[in-house]
Design a protein around this ligand. Structure first.
Ligand code: C2E
Ligand code: MG
Ligand code: MG
Length: 292
């Protein structure tokens, strides 16, 4: 049995494949086509400091499939990683991010940096550093405009792997580096100290536990304390409620990101939102939101 996908690509279904594998094969074929046709756009979620000021945004890729509609990242990012398609997808992502940042700056909107996720597979690609430098040059941006978020599990792989070499090159070039999903993997403290990182992003899973019946504050407190001791910024992600905001700020967490403050927005929405922000300083404040 074969099924025709976009641009006449054929996916052959083997009778022994289970439904999940068939689904993955289909997603992979569709993804290849989507990369050719650039069916992607970025959304941006602001990150706030202790004074409710926007310090930067995290860029997250979105895929609008012509037949299926929006496909969630949980579904296609793992397939892109396994198939290596994350490399050409990553190039599209950096290009879109640069173009969007330039457009914001043209509106005189000051945005210190854009943060973007990179997978292990992207860091092991020999051409990665050159590719991002080329994109920055083409758009007239500098390395300090971009932050790379590397998942904790990625950052902690092999001692002297290619990904470590790439991370060191990136930080030597003054790119910012954040450790993403911190607390969700197995950290080696030694490796953490070895890498020059700017931020530890505490996994949303810990944030969402705040105020829950079995909430144990010890781990969260430990992570915030670790960041402070290392002289690295602590960032909580997935902040959804005022209770979480209050707890995290009291515990000394330096930056917050999540739907409580602002949901991920398209480039156009972000532009309007930042314009409104700059004309009304109380607009983005959590206090403002909580009292409306
Ligand atoms: P991540 O980097 O940890 O991103 C945080 C996720 O939390 C995002 O999911 C975001 O939409 C979601 N989120 C934000 N605020 C809240 C909140 O208040 N509550 C809750 N429950 N969730 C919130 P998203 O966009 O679906 O992305 C999922 C993952 O896919 C990302 O996790 C990242 O690992 C990966 N990803 C997304 N975009 C890219 C990309 O361009 N490149 C690569 N390599 N990976 C990406
Ligand atoms: Mg991230
Ligand atoms: Mg994360």
């Amino acid at each position: 049995e074969a099924k025709r996908t976009g641009r006449g690509r054929l996916v052959f279904y083997d009778g022994s494949m289970d439904a999940a594998a068939r689904g993955r094969a289909q997603v992979q074929a569709d993804l290849r086509n989507a990369i050719d046709e650039r069916q992607f756009f970025m959304v941006y979620q602001p990150q706030f400091d202790a004074f409710d000021r926007v310090r930067g945004v995290e860029a997250m890729v979105r895929w609008r499939h012509p037949a299926r509609g929006m496909v969630p990242p949980e579904e296609f990012i793992p397939v892109a990683e396994q198939s290596g398609l994350i490399v050409p997808l990553g190039k599209i992502v950096i290009d879109m991010v640069c173009a969007d940042l330039v457009a914001l700056r043209e509106q005189q909107l000051a945005l210190p940096y854009v943060s973007m996720d990179v997978s292990l597979r992207q860091l092991t690609d020999a051409a990665m550093v050159e590719d991002v430098q080329e994109a920055l040059q083409r758009h007239g941006l500098s390395t300090s405009d971009i932050e790379f978020e590397v998942s904790e599990s990625t950052a902690m792989v092999g001692q002297a792997g290619k990904e470590t070499a790439t991370l060191k090159k990136l930080s030597a070039l003054a790119f910012r580096i954040a450790i993403d999903d911190f607390g969700s993997g197995t950290s080696s403290m030694g490796r953490l100290l070895d890498l020059k990182v700017d931020k530890l992003k505490i996994d949303g899973m810990f944030v969402q536990a705040i105020g829950q019946p079995n909430f144990n504050p010890a781990l969260l407190e430990l992570m915030i304390d670790l960041a402070n001791r290392l002289g690295v910024k602590s960032v909580a992600e997935g902040v959804d409620t005022l209770e979480q905001v209050a707890w995290l700020r009291k515990a000394g967490c330096q930056m917050l990101q999540g739907n409580f403050f602002a949901k991920p927005m398209t480039h156009g929405q972000l532009l309007n939102w930042l314009l409104m922000q700059s004309s009304d300083t109380s607009f983005a404040s959590g206090i403002w939101k909580a009292t409306q």
